[in-house]
Design a protein around this ligand. Structure first.
Ligand code: SF4
Ligand code: FES
Length: 254
């Protein structure tokens, strides 16, 4: 029956803190509406745990509409679960059937240490952005209207596509090398494609790639799992662009 409510077995990663060994715990949830989201199903689980005096499962969430990138969960071996082009908060329970067992784990990467249960520390991404993911503009005095600089449609579209990266980290979690190249290349491309971003483009790509390596992310070996699992459809084309930007900046700036 298509609209049948779901009874599910959940195998959830529980870890009390960064230095504790984690373990999978098994829970049952009953009568879950197929129209509810994956996070609403997790809310039901947590209500059940609280009502029985147990510690609820810690997981990150904020916007619950695919914007903030915080709802990182590895569901049945896939970042953000079995659907394509959606985050965990946008994943509907109709993607599962009653009687299913669902495995739920945090992102696994050296540069994303587990804080508690399904919550990982993604401040490594923040430090990469701090290394160059911005433009320097003097906002006092005679600021130039952004629309005064014409930008061709193709570049504007590509920059906009790159800018849709929400920094969720699914690309890292899906990569066998835990590479952050898709994320970093989206941030580099978003600015490299626009005249406002060209001013600092060389320093930006050198500094951001350096910080990415410092944080312990792995290398890209062109497997493409990142692009498949990215909820925002960020293209591998951005990695190729970043490699070109990096090579050219290295020649000019050493
Ligand atoms: S590139 Fe995609 S998967 Fe990676 S952080 Fe950005 S939105 Fe998430
Ligand atoms: S909670 Fe914001 S993207 Fe899922």
């Amino acid at each position: 029956m298509a609209n049948e409510n779901l009874n599910l077995t959940l195998k959830v990663w529980r870890q009390n803190g960064p230095n504790n060994p984690g373990r999978m715990e098994t829970y049952q949830v009953k009568d879950i509406s197929p129209d509810s989201s994956f996070l609403e199903m997790m809310d039901v689980l947590n209500n059940n745990l609280i009502e029985t005096g147990k510690d609820p499962v810690a997981f990150d969430h904020d916007c619950r509409e695919g914007i903030c990138g915080s709802c990182s969960m590895f569901i049945n071996g896939e970042a953000h679960g079995p659907d394509r082009g959606v985050t965990t908060c946008q994943l509907h329970m109709r993607k599962f059937k009653s009687g299913d067992t669902i495995h739920i784990e945090p992102w696994r990467a050296k540069a994303f240490p587990v804080i508690k249960d399904l919550v990982v520390d993604r401040s490594s991404f923040d430090r990469i952005i701090q290394a160059g993911g911005f433009i320097s503009v003097n906002t006092s005095g005679n600021t130039v209207d952004a629309n005064a600089i014409p930008i061709n449609k193709e570049d504007a579209d590509k920059a906009f596509d790159a800018a849709t990266c929400i920094g969720c980290g699914a690309c890292v979690a899906s990569c066998k090398n835990a590479s952050a190249m898709l994320f970093v290349s989206a941030k580099v491309s978003q600015l490299a494609l626009l005249p406002q971003g060209r001013v600092e483009a060389e320093d930006r790509v050198l500094n951001m790639v350096h910080q990415m390596d410092e944080e312990g992310f792995g290398n890209c070996t062109n497997t493409g799992a990142c692009e498949v699992e990215c909820p925002k459809g960020i293209s591998l084309e951005n990695i190729a662009r970043m490699n070109r930007e990096y090579a050219s900046a290295l020649v000019k700036k050493g």
